[in-house]
Design a protein around this ligand. Structure first.
Ligand code: 0A1
Ligand code: ZN
Length: 881
């Protein structure tokens, strides 16, 4: 039975949110049988079908499947009755209202380089079904609103596949002739096909247990390759902490007898929340002090929590269609961020999350792929696992909680789950639960989900000394984005305070309020395009501290350098203090870029740096954040037309001047903040290492200083990966002759550990040295570079294109050419990863000619490739528009 070929060069179709229609058939039960084989796996699927409404054909998705046979209620189906659809799916007319459809298909896990569906990694079998991978395993209505109860039997060679895992609870196992064996799994909870998972192979389990608040005993296991058992402790601790947190914060308990995690080194994303069987990129499981940095440890805690929290927000209550992706992702990121804030230093975690939002989401919202948190259309849904859906989606939930208050938010969560358990629902359903639980009208607030673009918040002030009246005028505007030329105002919660000239808090009495009740902090709600807030009874001209805790994902402007300097030095809110320093520095750097000539470290900037270092003892993590200059990309994002090389030169020069000016202090910090004992992964230790390594990095910029000697010694001392990598970073950016030996030493020592080797690639790809592009081109030919491994591709290609603006945008255009060539080579191997790494090339509108023209030409070259994937097609064609 052969399928008609879809025209590979036809323009891929756009899917619209408004076109949603319920399915013609529900699948109430799924019984799967896998006979595993590297090239000839046979999948038998028995689907219990029930018609949803009047007679209509059954449509099943399918991709890269070879159909062996099919039957309906036990009777073989004649081939002519099966209509093959262009994308690879099947249509069957005239089915009874209720029946059992059985199909058998053959698939080749070994040939699956897309890592979607069932694939092999290091000889072991893994699946990835979100968003549309289940159709690469069997014929199925592969859409999240079809929820079914699954039973899965896996059969495989016992010697090569001792471990056989799927979703739900174990339901038997046994031996088979010919050295084969089987295991059966039953998942009592109905789920959409994207949450299906199978893992089979030669893995070992690290085990633990958890007792839920109602007394259910849960067997926990993390499956890894033999030899990695010692690297699972932090992931396991994070899992147990997440399980406890969801009970304490939301009353949500785990609902199966087992919770399994399997780690795989070939994975398109970070991890996947399959019901009862999470699959993780090894990057977010494995950690030992000598192989993982503090950042890696923090990433593990967050991602383990994220996937666990999906059990309720995503799995028990799921999405009706993929336009609702942020229903589960924005909410779950909000939950994991809240959890991580509670586990460590909340303020510093918040700064880091805001920094990430601004590095990834703001540019996305201002670029050719800008889309609302709830998109209106897509070509390839995999392109919409974005910073907007995830991070901005989380900020929207966070604002909602701030608006209605934590108690009402908790009631809203309870109501949402009570109403929609085991359902596939929409973002409107979530907002309705919050609205009903709080009694607050959220209809205007819902605009945050519908409008793309980052709102700009502009402040102007007026103070009348005679009356003590201060008027704070807030105006908002959201710029046009593709397909959305006109925007409406959105409700913006502005958490704020007022500071006196000495830095102390002033009372906040709005006109008409009682003097006795004046608080020191309050939340103003800006709902219109422009509103005035009038404060009375002020003894002196105040300085406004706005968006405390980053209370809304907007861009704030209008404060002068004097106000920013005061806030950086004195504001009680750590976010505003940090942010004001960053804004001050950004304005100064922009001025230097515009003026040209030799940059000068002004006294204001030096004072901000000094104030940051003053916090070295009280809060080293904050001090490290506040001492860092804004990133080159952040500065570039503030310019209508960026000048990557000039920004790089200014930033490097200022770092050098900071190194000279603060040399003794930085050296003293580097001496004093060394780890007092064995490596510990707690907030204070992480903060200390961050500040110590920030000091080393800036110190090493000072000519004639001893920074490089310190870096060489720190590298040679070995110890934890945070310090080793920080020292190597310094050397790799320098002209120090020791840098090549150190790189060779690092490679020799870690060549057998893929996650550490990724760091070796990234370090070189993100070097500030002028010869980096040539190095990157050579590294792409290195025997350890593997285009089929997404982590390795991200470590070299992604890191270079997205993390090294000065070199990627080299005037020669060689950086663009390199990226285009990699995308062209990658697209037929793994289209999802190709469509991700291409993004920096679509940013040509903010580059000057001739760069912009070269970028467009490279995009055109990609677009002209025959058989280009629809994902890369969507990114590149939108990028050219
Ligand atoms: N739901 C996962 C992310 C994820 C999405 C797609 C994947 O394959 C294409 C894999 C994972 C999460 O939010 O963690
Ligand atoms: Zn998620």
């Amino acid at each position: 039975m052969s399928a008609p070929q879809a025209d590979p060069d036809a323009t891929p179709a756009t899917i619209h949110r408004q076109d949603y229609r319920p399915p013609a058939y529900w699948v109430h039960s799924v019984d799967l049988h896998f006979a595993l084989h590297p090239t000839e796996t046979v999948v038998r699927a028995r689907l219990g079908l029930r018609r949803n409404g009047g007679p209509a054909p059954l449509e099943l998705d399918g991709e890269a499947l070879t159909l062996l046979d099919a039957s309906i209620d036990g009777v073989a189906v004649e081939p002519a009755r099966l209509q093959h659809l262009p994308g690879g799916g099947l249509r069957i007319d005239d089915l009874p209202a209720e029946c059992v459809l059985e199909t058998r298909v053959r698939i080749s896990p070994e040939a699956n380089t897309e890592l979607s569906g069932l694939y092999l990694s290091g000889g072991n079998y893994f699946t990835q079904c979100e968003a549309e991978g289940f159709r690469r395993i069997t014929y199925f209505p592969d859409r999240p609103d079809v929820m079914s109860r699954y039973t899965v039997t896996i059969e495989a060679d016992r010697a090569s596949c001792p471990v056989l895992l799927s979703n739900g609870n174990p339901a038997g196992h046994g031996e088979l002739p010919g050295g084969r064996h089987w295991a059966k799994w039953e998942d009592p909870h109905p789920k959409p096909s994207y949450l299906f998972a199978l893992v089979a192979g030669d893995l070992v389990a690290v085990r633990d247990r958890f007792t839920t608040q109602s007394g259910r005993e849960v067997a926990l296991a993390i499956y890894v390759r033999d030899g990695d058992q010692d690297a699972c402790g932090h992931a396991m601790d994070s899992l147990k902490a997440s399980m406890r947190w969801d009970e304490e914060e939301y009353g949500l308990e785990y609902d199966l007898d087992v919770f399994n995690i399997a780690a795989v080194s070939d994975f398109n994303m970070g991890a996947m929340e399959n019901k009862g069987l999470n699959v993780f990129n090894t990057k977010y499981i494995l950690a030992r002090p000598e192989t993982a940095t503090d950042g890696d440890y923090e990433g593990i805690e967050t991602v383990v929590a994220h996937e666990y929290f999906h059990n309720w927000t995503g799995n028990r209550v799921t999405c009706r269609d993929w336009f609702q992706l942020s229903l589960k992702e924005g909410l779950t990121v909000f939950r994991d961020q809240h959890f991580s804030e509670a586990m460590g230093s909340a303020a510093v975690k918040r700064l880091a999350n805001v920094r990430r939002l601004r590095a990834a989401q703001f540019p996305e919202d201002a670029g050719p792929m800008a889309h609302p948190v709830r998109p209106d259309s897509y070509v390839e849904i995999n392109n919409f696992y974005t910073a907007t859906v995830y991070q901005k989606g989380s900020e929207v939930v966070r604002m909602m909680r701030a608006l209605i208050g934590p108690e009402a938010f908790r009631r809203g969560m309870d109501l949402y789950i009570q109403r929609h358990d085991n359902q596939a629902v929409t973002i409107e359903d979530f907002v309705a639960a919050m609205q009903d639980a709080s009694g607050t009208d959220l209809s205007r607030f819902a605009r945050w989900y519908a409008q793309a673009g980052t709102p700009e918040l502009h402040v102007t002030e007026d103070f009348d000394a005679a009356s003590g009246r201060y008027t704070l005028s807030l105006a908002q505007r959201t710029p046009p984005t593709p397909g959305q030329p006109h925007k409406q105002p959105v409700p913006i919660p502005v958490a704020m305070g007022l500071l006196g000239a000495g830095g102390g808090a002033l009372p906040l009495r709005l006109r008409g309020e009682n003097a006795a009740d004046a608080p020191a902090e309050r939340v103003l709600l800006l709902e219109e395009a422009r509103q005035d807030f009038v404060f009375e009874g002020l003894p002196e001209r105040p300085t406004p501290s706005l968006l405390r805790g980053f209370s809304a994902p907007v861009k704030l402007s209008g404060l002068g350098q004097d106000s920013l300097g005061l806030l950086a030095a004195h504001d009680s809110d750590p976010f505003v203090a940090w942010e004001s320093g960053q804004q001050y520095a950004t304005a100064a750097m922009l001025r230097m870029v515009a003026q040209g000539g030799e940059p000068v470290l002004g006294e204001g900037l030096a004072a901000i740096a000094a104030a940051a270092l003053d916090r070295a003892d009280s809060d080293p993590a904050f001090a490290a954040e506040a001492f860092a200059l804004p990133s080159e990309s952040f500065v570039a994002d503030q310019m209508p037309v960026a000048d990557p090389e000039a920004i790089h030169a200014v930033r490097q020069s200022l770092r050098r001047q900071l190194g000279i000016r603060f040399a003794p202090r930085l050296a003293e910090l580097h001496d004093r903040l060394a780890d007092p004992g064995p490596y510990r992964i707690d907030g204070p230790s992480i903060g200390r290492r961050a500040l110590r390594n920030a000091a080393l990095s800036v110190l090493s910029m000072a000519p004639g200083g001893d920074g490089l000697r310190r870096a060489r010694a720190q590298y040679a001392a070995g110890g934890n990966m945070t310090d080793v990598l920080a020292a190597l970073r310094v050397l790799v950016d320098s002209d120090d002759p020791a840098r090549l030996d150190a790189l060779a030493d690092f490679h020799a020592r870690w060549r057998h550990d893929p996650l550490v080797l990724d760091k070796w690639f990234t370090l070189q790809a993100t070097s500030s040295r002028p010869d980096t592009l040539a190095t990157v081109q050579v590294l792409a030919l290195h025997p350890d570079f593997d285009i089929r491994n997404p982590n390795r591709v991200r470590a070299l290609v992604g890191a270079f294109a997205a993390g090294n603006p000065a070199q990627f945008h080299a005037a020669s255009g060689e950086g663009y050419r390199f990226l285009a060539e990699m995308v062209i080579a990658l697209d037929p191997v793994n289209a999802q990863v190709a469509a991700r790494v291409v993004s920096p090339l679509t940013d040509w509108k903010r580059q000057a000619e001739p760069r912009a023209a070269i970028m467009r030409a490279e995009l055109e070259r990609i677009l002209a490739r025959p058989g280009l994937s629809k994902g890369t097609f969507e990114k590149v064609s939108k990028g050219l528009a």
